[in-house]
Design a protein around this ligand. Sequence first.
Ligand code: GCV
Length: 700
Amino acid sequence: MAGATGLCAGGFAIRSLAAETPAQPPDEDGYKLWLRYAPMGNASKNYRQAVRQIRVDGSSATHRIIRDELRSATTAMLGGAVPANETGLPDGTLLVGTPDHSALIRDLSWTADLLAVGNEGFLIRSVRIVKHPVTVIAANTDIGALYGAFHFLRLMQTGQRIEQLDIKERPSLQLRLMNHWDNPNGSIERGYAGRSMWQWNDLPDKLSPRYSDYARTCASVGINGAVINNVNADPSILAAGNLRKVAALAEVWRPYGVRMYLCANFAAPVRIGGLTTADPLNQGVADWWKAKADEIYRLIPDFGGFLVKANSEGQPGPKTYGRTHADGANVLADALAPHRGNVMWRAFVYDDDIDPDRAKRAYIEFTRLDGQFRPNVVIQVKNGAIDFQPREPFHPLFGAMKQTPVIAEIQATQEYLGQAKHLVYLGTLWKEFLDSDTHANGGGSTVAKVLTGEGQPSRITGLVSVTNPGLDANWCGHHFSQSNWYAFGRLAWNPNLSAEHVADEWTRMTFTNDDKTVAVIRKMMMTSRETFVKYTMPLGLHHLIGGDHYAPQPWNDRAARADWTAVYYHKAAADGIGFDRTRRGDHAVEQYYPPVCDRFDDIKTCPEQYLLWFHRCAWNYPMKSGKTLWDELCGKYQEGAAQAAGLQQTWQALAGRIDSSRHKEVADRLAIQVADAAKWRDQILEYFGRFSKRPIPRSI
Ligand code: GCV
């Protein structure tokens, strides 16, 4: 297929690439992620004038990190050593610092502009200082300067011009956190990239180089914290010996601006504290949490706070003691408040005594508690009301809590999206979510605006990601899964970036700056999530899986709970398929603001991508295409599987343009993806065909 011009099975054109194939790039294992700083070759001459000397004013650990990063990155990209020198200001100096540590930056009198970028933002400007043309990266804090340095390097890595810069950046959201689901025994719940990076047996004395590499990677996209343990939390993480280990990690991360957070098991006062109860209204329990918080802050003065999964999937919580989620969150919040720590309380709760429909439960539980949480509590809500499905409408809690800050939880580890076997770029999924209009404060109240507090001011804002790195050489299992770590960081910094822009940046930094190759990869990425939806759960179908959350199991009707089966959701029968959540059904649509609820409620206006999420339809229901629902469904599965094959062919055509090692590793996974997509198509259609009793049209 390499070099062929034409339309591949996936439907997009592969331009003739073979004739112009550049020299085969050297093999890479992916460890360097998007911080490879590949030599620029001829392109470097455009940059050499602008970067002739690096001057970082200051001597903190962060300043040293900035200096090293800039020096090694520019030297690698430009193909010759760029000196770092703290004196002098020759033409082409790259000057980095804060007014506190740099008289030169102080003298620029950028006070108002610096004020506007806050504690984590930065300015990058091309200016003349005493007639010398220089580039200045200025910030209020060392961490702002570090973010500025990475931004500047990104401009170079992606081939942007850097001679006339006037950049002002600040993050739109405060909490930009990795959520690791790592267990003390080294396993990772829903982890697909090897074992946990945290070496508990070696800590606190022996520090793996991965810890700083990890923090550096996070900082490069503005991620400013990490919750390092599973939400299904082992209480022992809070024991004194383990806290010393956690503190050692926190110390490595501090100069990179990555703050430490922990998941707390709500029953810790009993399980490790020797109390007989964890009742949040018990004074002894409150005292225990207070003492525990004080102990943590003695070891980790900038500790960020606790994330809690309570009364969900068997985890203990306040309801165990007849108390509310607000009572539970508040006892922890009171313990953290003197230290300025926060509680992130998860809304991923679905007790079946609340409502027969799992999708409705969290909204019901949390809206009635709005106003009862302490100021340092945020409710952490998954993007959709079920559980990181390939496609879900946004969770109705976004915009619904008027007095309680809400942050969003998205998932980079592709639990329901092919894990580390399928190429699925999630930037498009997250943008669909962030751009959804909640109408909470009239039209235009997108989820992004709810999160950033633009519509309705919020004390605490944030976007967090259940994340994917492990001990695999390439960190994320699949080389393309790295893009989801990257995209999370970029969108948490600026939810208004387009998915395409982020994909373009990542491709250039991770693989190549060759425009033609970038265009092909970008297109693969941009179509990949929709392709996955089509061959797994199109038209609003969801949860057609079993316990592994990977393979098709629409027949799954036996599990510990009804809402862990597939049949609970699709309800396929002779008369049709789908979950009636309309006003004629279980009224779930009413959890959305008008006109969103009306749009979802009316089968004529409900977007077809959510059709079977909200509506139950006959197999011959006429779709907008003119086909029956059954034929449309078959078409989606067939198209999806064909597009997966198309991805594979497109990648094949890139052989020689990507180093052979990474090319082969991706190709091997694409082979699995193509085979599994065909299985999804065949097994799902065979199963639903038992109910529809209709032939499968061969549309592709
Ligand atoms: C950590 C889903 C996952 C669980 C996960 C849970 C959660 O149910 O399958 O592994 O538990 O979500 O988000 O708490």
